[in-house]
Each structure stands twice: as structure tokens, then as C-alpha cells.
Design a protein around this ligand. Structure first.
Ligand code: NAD
Length: 484
């Protein structure tokens, strides 16, 4: 049985108080996780503070960058270990984790190492009242100890998306991975030691949210800023914790994203695109599409094609050939998703496909599976359309005009992402201007250039990360004024 220990000051730390880690594809316990209490969280924060003042804080940027390259190389060298750990924790198809999660985990260190090496700061020369001149310039200094609180849907990818830039900017981190997916954050501790990262730069504390490691970390006064990915309601609790000491936050939160398909779209590409955005990672992607709006002339044809495409997805264990759909993350999450399936039916939705839990056999019999599901016919006021379900499901409704599509897309508390399918250039640009989101994909979905800004509008987040935008959060600009 695996044991997942905390990683504090370069050492693996057991606490003796453990909870189970399960493989969602089988429902079986695959590991014991050592839960950090307030004392371990404090030890991690103190270690991070010492590292900030020690070797790491004094390290020239070129050396720091070399270490981050080494981290990326070591992740790639141990690719199979990371892949096995991520797949066991999430149950997602191996092909998905090997093409997306693990390569991005390594890339997140390389990309930000490159950015931090090349980023300029400002300088101005000005006239002074005594007729002389002064030179002012900006120094970028680290924010300090950064608390990193992570979700379970893309564990390594989303964690390194924050740890990469935080370390590149000279900070130290204390990471609280999701209680559902402790493995890859722990494995990264081994990588840090292997490349010679100074102790205390990267720390991991395991546990839950309230009254556990998550709350202890975000309330700890030694943490200078908190970066969080997860549910909007959790973000509210973390923001309240961060208010003490007016500490900055960077939040990537929930979504209820609209996919909009115009009658002039490339039909087959739109069907394939919406299939991916609704069902990839079993619908457990913050950027996924749970609301689909299709222009009326192609509505019936589109719903039929989406149904056929969803029914072609093969559900199964991660290593099975051709598998496109894994399980949900936990029994609890499955209960939540199925409650929306029941609700949709009770509210009179037409269930185009799916709508329940499949009967799985063999090793998969006790996994947390649900069917990919498509509904039509619900009113826009339905909770199924308003609340984030985070499962492999979407509701499809017709629209007539551009104005109506914009109004429907914007009628939500969230503002994370949208995907628009049209061949008309003006329509595309108009949608990009008018839909209130942080990310707008045109004729695509999940295409990412890591140099660009990533984040959500409205209740989907605070701030932007990605490229130089990450530096806005992970550094403080210090103005230096020199009288010449
Ligand atoms: P969650 O909010 O339940 O948990 C996320 C993390 O917060 C976990 O590590 C959890 O232990 C911790 N936590 C919970 N309560 C806490 C508290 N009071 N104080 C401190 N920490 C606390 O989210 P989840 O279920 O793990 O992930 C799914 C959610 O994440 C969805 O809403 C999804 O949209 C969102 N998400 C957003 C993005 C994005 O980039 N915007 C990306 C991925 C996931």
C-alpha cells in the first residue's frame, strides 16, 4: 500500500493520522495519506520562510532557472512514474494523462523559467525641482511564501501551473493538494530533492479544507499570498481567510460555460469540438461546456449528431485501448452529479442520451461511473443550467440571433470560458467582444499558449496567470528613485 507523506523542509514527514486514497476507476483504496495538522503546516511555512532568507533567496536568477529546467527534465525522466500516479489517483484515460497532464506538468517549469529570464522592468529619467535629474527604476522582488491550494481534476498540471511561476519568481511554496489526489504533488518532492533544490523551497501538506491543512495554511500569518484553483464557494472562504493581514489572492474558480454553434459553422468540427468540451476528462474540466446553444436552422441535426458522437465514446479503465471516458473522482462527486441527472428528469428535460449510471463489470464494477448525458427542453432558470455540475453532461437549447446568443451566454454568475463555432469573421469577433469571459475560443477549445493570460471574469476568478501576467501576482514591484 502506498503511503503519501507530507514534504517539509526537504524531508518526508509522517503524521500517523491517515485517510484513504482511492482509485476512482475501481473504488479500491490504493494508498494512505498522512494528514497534516496545524503543527505540520506551521513547520512547512517556517521552512519556506527560512529558504526564502537562505540559499534560495540569495540564488542568482540564472542558477534558479537552471534548477527549474532540471525539475522539468526530471519530471520527463520519471514520466512513467508520474503517469501511473496520476492515472491511479484520477482514473482518467492513460492517453489523456500522457498527452496533457504530465507533459504540461514539466512544461510549466520550463516556460516560466524562460519568461523570468527575459522579462524587462521599467525605468524612467525625470527632471527634479532643483534642476537636476533622477533615475527611477523597478525591481521585481518575490512575494514571499506562497500558499498553493489545488483541485483534483488536473492535479499535476494545475499545481505546477502555480508552483512553476512562483519558484521562477524566487518565492517559496507550501502546496495543499486535493485530498482526492495526493500522489503527484508528493512525487514532485522526490524530484526536488533529486535536482538539489534547497530544502524548504517546495513543501507539501496533505489534508482537507475546513479545520484541516487547507484552512491552517490559508489562515497562517506566515503565508504572504494565496493562489487557489477550485470552487467559487471555496474561494469565498479562502478570501475571508486572506483578509486577515490583507494578503493577495489569485483565484481560478468555477464555470458554467456556454458553447455557441452558429448555423454557418463547420458542422462536423463543431460537433467534434462540443463533444470534447462537454465530455473530456469526464466533464471535470473548469473550461468545459455544460450549456450549448445552437442556431435554430441546424438545431435538430446538431442534437442528433452530438448524441451519436457522445454514444461513440468508450467508457472504461484507463489502460484499455480507445478509452475516452473515465470515472468521476469520488463516490461523493458521483452522488452530486447524479442528483442533477435526477433533477433534470424531474423538471421535464428530454434525455437525449445517458441520464444515469452504467452497469460496469469486473475491476470497474465499483468505480464512480456515470453516463455521458445530453438534455434538451429545460428552462434557463433550471438549476441544471445555472449551477456548475462538473460532470459529463450538457444541455442544448436553440437560439435565433447573435444578440440572443450573447444574452444567453452572459446570463450566469460565472465568466470563465466560451467556445464559439462560426465561419463568419464578424460574428466571431463580435462574440469575443461581447461575451463576459476570461477565455474565448473560436472554432477551438482548450488550445493554450502558456504565454497568454488565463483566468476568469465575474465569479470565475480573480486575476490572471500565464506568461508575464503570472509575474503580476508572484512578484512585488519595488520602485527605486535615484537622485543623480
Ligand atoms: P474545491 O474548492 O472543493 O477544493 C479545492 C481545494 O481547496 C482542495 O484542495 C480542498 O481541500 C481545498 N479547500 C476546500 N475548502 C477549503 C477551505 N475552507 N480553506 C482552504 N482550502 C479549502 O474544488 P475541487 O472540487 O477540488 O475542484 C473542482 C472545482 O475547481 C470546480 O469548481 C472547477 O470549476 C474548479 N476549477 C477551476 C479551474 C480554473 O482554472 N478556473 C481549474 C480547475 C478546476
Amino acid at each position: 500500500m502506498n503511503e503519501f507523506l507530507n514534504f517539509i523542509d526537504g524531508r518526508f514527514v509522517a503524521t500517523g493520522k491517515t485517510f484513504d486514497d482511492r482509485n476512482p476507476a475501481t473504488g479500491r483504496v490504493i494508498g494512505l495519506v498522512h494528514e497534516a495538522g496545524a503543527a505540520e503546516v506551521d513547520a512547512a511555512v517556517q521552512a519556506a520562510r527560512r529558504a526564502l532568507k537562505g540559499d534560495w533567496g540569495r540564488m542568482p536568477v540564472v542558477k534558479r532557472v537552471e534548477l527549474l529546467y532540471a525539475v522539468a527534465d526530471e519530471i520527463n525522466r520519471r514520466f512513467d512514474d508520474f503517469l501511473a500516479a496520476e492515472v491511479a489517483d484520477t482514473g482518467k484515460p492513460r492517453s489523456l494523462a500522457s498527452h496533457v497532464d504530465i507533459p504540461r506538468g514539466a512544461a510549466n517549469f520550463k516556460v516560466f523559467a524562460d519568461i523570468v529570464k527575459n522579462v524587462p522592468t521599467e525605468s524612467f529619467e525625470m527632471a527634479t525641482p532643483d534642476g537636476g535629474t533622477a533615475l527611477s527604476y523597478a525591481l521585481r522582488t518575490p512575494l514571499g511564501v506562497v500558499g498553493v491550494v489545488c483541485p483534483w481534476n488536473l492535479p499535476l498540471l494545475l499545481m505546477t501551473w502555480k508552483v512553476g511561476p512562483a519558484l521562477a519568481c524566487g518565492n517559496t511554496v507550501v502546496v495543499k493538494p486535493s485530498e482526492e489526489t495526493p500522489a503527484t504533488a508528493t512525487l514532485l518532492g522526490e524530484v526536488m530533492n533529486a535536482v538539489g533544490m534547497p530544502p524548504g523551497v517546495y513543501n507539501v501538506v496533505h489534508g482537507f479544507g475546513p479545520n484541516s491543512a487547507g484552512e491552517f495554511l490559508t489562515r497562517h500569518p506566515g503565508v504572504n499570498g494565496i493562489t487557489f484553483t477550485g470552487e467559487t464557494r471555496t474561494g469565498e472562504a479562502i478570501m475571508a481567510a486572506a483578509a486577515k493581514g490583507v494578503r493577495p489572492v489569485s483565484f481560478e474558480l468555477g464555470g458554467k460555460n456556454a458553447g455557441i454553434v452558429f448555423a454557418d459553422a463547420d458542422f462536423d468540427k463543431a460537433v467534434a469540438g462540443i463533444t470534447r468540451s462537454a465530455f473530456e476528462n469526464c466533464g471535470q474540466v473548469c473550461l468545459g461546456t455544460e450549456r450549448v446553444y445552437v442556431q435554430r436552422p441546424i438545431f435538430d441535426r446538431f442534437v442528433a449528431a452530438l448524441k451519436a458522437s457522445a454514444e461513440k465514446l468508450k467508457m472504461g479503465l484507463p489502460h484499455e485501448p480507445g478509452v475516452g471516458l473515465g470515472p468521476l473522482i469520488s463516490a461523493e462527486h458521483r452522488r452530486k452529479v447524479l442528483s442533477y441527472y435526477d433533477r433534470a428528469r424531474a423538471e421535464g428535460a428530454t434525455v437525449v442520451t445517458g441520464g444515469g449510471a452504467p452497469a460496469m463489470t469486473g475491476e470497474a464494477a465499483d468505480g464512480y461511473w456515470v453516463q455521458p448525458t445530453i438534455w434538451t427542453g429545460l428552462p434557463e432558470t433550471s438549476a441544471v443550467i445555472r449551477e456548475e455540475i462538473f460532470g459529463p453532461c450538457c444541455h442544448v437549447a436553440p437560439f435565433d440571433t447573435v444578440e440572443e446568443a450573447v444574452a444567453l451566454a452572459n446570463d450566469t454568475e460565472y465568466g470563465l470560458a466560451t467556445t464559439v463555432w462560426t465561419q463568419n469573421l464578424s460574428t466571431a469577433h463580435r462574440m469575443a467582444r461581447e461575451i463576459e469571459v476570461g477565455l474565448c475560443w473560436i472554432n477551438s477549445w482548450f488550445l493554450r499558449d502558456l504565454r497568454t493570460a488565463f483566468g476568469g471574469a465575474k465569479a470565475s476568478g480573480i486575476g490572471r496567470e500565464g506568461g508575464v501576467h503570472s509575474l503580476e501576482f508572484y512578484t512585488e514591484l519595488r520602485n527605486v528613485m535615484v537622485k543623480l
